[in-house]
Design a protein around this ligand. Structure first.
Ligand code: GCV
Length: 614
């Protein structure tokens, strides 16, 4: 039960737990300083300077370092110093402040202890429809989050199932106790709320323009913030995948969000409203409706109508955390609304923390394409669970660690971040450190080759979302089609097709609109192309699909061979090897199922004569 105590992930250099009496970030900073520098020659002084808030400055002195910062800033400064010294990376210079004020981790934990799309075991804090946790583990969680600058944790699933509504009611004192455990690490709590909650309290409506509804939320907000004055805010999934929302009452999403935002504004609360709204009851015969269009069509006309404390949280792509999607055009289009970029650390589509999938290279691409200034906040769906190693696959902790660093500094480099995680987590000799860093950096492209070549997504097993099933979602209501037939595959999203491409600014629109200029990775996302279509490198489309699947499976095998040689702590090694074996089976399955599927449709032979099943 206490196995997690030995699994310190990137905090291995801080082996003792932070004692419970360290109840402020400054006291935590003092503790971490003593723990790390106790056995070293440097002298470190902590200088509190409230004007710096979350910011800090590390100043080398004759004897060691001064760390100056606000209450939380000092703590971040100490962690940054420890990271730099452990990973032998450059010391942060000058005053450092986080680029985004709100750096959220969204947990999809249900109160029955399950975690929606969770791949690291059950919830760390809910079980049996109640709070159930080890306070020491929650403090260690706070420490992990604080050590990489994550400053808000949403406790419950955006799909708010009973009894999670009670978090705002009789369970509020428990939320308050929980919040106190994370406060010393600079982490504030958020709660997902159910838009229809007033209806469980005698009201016959949740209409945001109804005064009784507004009054109910005002009263509720007052009670909640009295109990937890530093609650960061509410998170809402409305009118999405059967969740209640303002559309039921003929009201807009701006009207719905503003109503809640006004209730919490007096307390400085943020209302985070998710833009993941689409028709999940689509008839597959309907080729006009195109799911990726949905969010832009709904929200662009509302730009400028949201209150100042509303943050519209937008998934990075227009679909749903697929392996390769273009950037959501909404992130580029909305100019008068505060936006948050939503990422998913939980590997729902990319291998479920069985297959290796390091995300920093993807985030670098997303941030470069978007421009960091387009959003005011960042959120990521958590990959944590009750497993001893916290993240199912010990290497999946890299994604949590890196998310923190990217959310603090969106100019972070993928390779540097990965290397820093490797050095923080393991004491490997240089050759092994290079091996691990290299394969982590390649892991996404390997997965992409066997699971989402040319931007063809959704060929997955329905519901579980692990493993291949090319037609699994073809006749379903979710708007997730590949439309493969014996001649062609993909969806035409140009002006001649669904018109989705017109949601982009001109430069991107032009690039995506023509198959010749559309990046290979998105070719079949934007275009419907025949199997004999010639790619830029001269290969036919079908040959490229075959090649990617053969290469992906082969590279996964080479990766497994290389990673087997690593000298890791026993538990990490065992878990890594177990998962690698599963990944190899998965990659093989993807290769053979997808290649066979297209071979049967197209009748095309592989130019290299490799085995494809008839
Ligand atoms: C929390 C996808 C997932 C759902 C998730 C949803 C969302 O559809 O499969 O499990 O629900 O995204 O982001 O709201």
């Amino acid at each position: 039960m206490d196995g997690w105590k030995k699994r310190l992930a990137w905090l291995r250099v801080l082996p003792e737990p932070v004692p419970a009496d360290r109840d402020t970030p400054l006291k935590t900073a003092e503790f971490e300083k003593e723990l790390f520098f106790g056995g070293r020659k440097e002298t470190v002084r902590l200088l509190k300077d409230d004007a710096l808030g979350e910011g800090y400055e590390i100043l080398p002195t004759d004897l060691g370092y001064d760390v100056r910062g606000g209450e939380t800033g000092v703590l971040y400064g100490v962690y940054a110093l420890i990271r730099a010294l452990t990973a032998a990376s450059a010391l942060p210079r000058g005053v450092r402040k986080p680029y985004y004020d709100l750096r959220m981790l969204d947990s999809w934990d249900n109160m029955d202890g399950t975690v929606e799309r969770g791949y690291a075991g059950r919830s760390i804090w809910f079980e049996g429809n109640a709070f159930a946790y080890d306070p020491a583990r929650i403090r260690q969680l706070g420490r992990m989050l604080g050590s990489v600058g994550i400053n808000a944790l949403c406790l419950n699933n955006v799909n708010v199932h009973q009894p999670a509504q009670r978090l705002l009611e009789d369970l509020l004192p428990k939320v308050r106790e929980f919040a106190a455990l994370l406060r010393p690490f600079g982490v504030r709590i958020m709660l997902s709320v159910d838009f229809s909650q007033p209806m469980q309290h005698g009201l016959d409506t949740a209409d945001p323009l109804d005064e009784r509804v507004q009054g109910w939320w005002r009263e509720t907000a007052k009670r909640v913030w009295e109990a937890i004055p530093d609650l960061a805010g509410f998170l809402v999934k409305a009118d999405s995948e059967h969740r209640p929302g303002p559309n039921t009452y003929g009201r807009t999403h701006a009207e719905g969000a503003n109503m809640l935002a006004r209730a919490i504004a007096p307390y400085g609360g943020k209302l985070v409203w998710r833009a993941f709204v689409y028709n999940c009851m689509q008839d597959w015969r309907d080729t006009k409706t195109d799911r990726p269009r949905a969010a832009y069509d709904l929200y662009m006309p509302l730009d400028g109508q949201f209150d100042g404390n509303v943050i519209l949280q937008i998934k990075h792509g227009p679909y749903d955390f697929q392996i390769r999607e273009p950037l959501s055009p909404l992130l580029l289009g909305m100019k008068k609304t505060s936006l948050a970029l939503e990422l998913q650390l939980a590997q729902e589509y990319p291998g479920q923390q069985i297959d290796l999938y390091a995300m920093p290279p993807m985030w670098r691409e997303i941030l470069d394409e978007m421009g960091k200034e387009k959003v005011r906040a960042v959120a990521a769906v958590s990959n944590l669970g009750r497993d001893d190693c916290w993240t199912g696959h010990p290497f999946a902790a890299l994604n949590l660690f890196s998310y923190g660093l990217f959310s603090w500094d969106p100019d972070s480099e993928a390779e540097e971040t990965v290397r820093q995680w490797v050095r923080m987590t393991y004491a490997l000799e240089k050759g092994q450190e290079d091996t691990l860093t290299e394969w982590l950096l390649r892991s996404r492209s390997i997965y992409e080759k066997y699971a989402a070549s040319l931007g063809l997504c959704w060929m997955i097993t329905p519901n579980s979302h692990y493993g291949p099933n090319p037609y699994g979602y073809e006749f379903q209501a979710w708007g997730t089609y590949i439309r493969a037939d014996r001649n062609a595959v993909g969806i035409d999203r140009t002006e001649k097709g669904t018109g989705y491409v017109s949601q982009y600014p001109e430069k991107l629109r032009e690039m995506y609109a023509r198959p010749e200029t559309c990046p290979d990775g998105l070719k079949l996302f934007f275009h419907r192309l025949p199997y004999d279509y010639r790619m830029r490198d001269g290969r036919t489309l079908i040959q490229r699909l075959y090649d990617d699947h053969f290469e992906g499976a082969e590279e996964a095998r080479a990766m497994a061979e290389a990673l087997k040689t690593l000298e890791l702590p026993e538990a990490d090694k065992r878990e890594m090897l177990e998962r690698m074996d599963k990944q190899l089976l998965n990659a093989r399955e993807w290769r053979d199922v997808v290649n066979t599927f297209f071979h049967r449709f197209s009748g095309a032979e592989d130019e290299q004569g490799r085995k494809i099943y008839d």
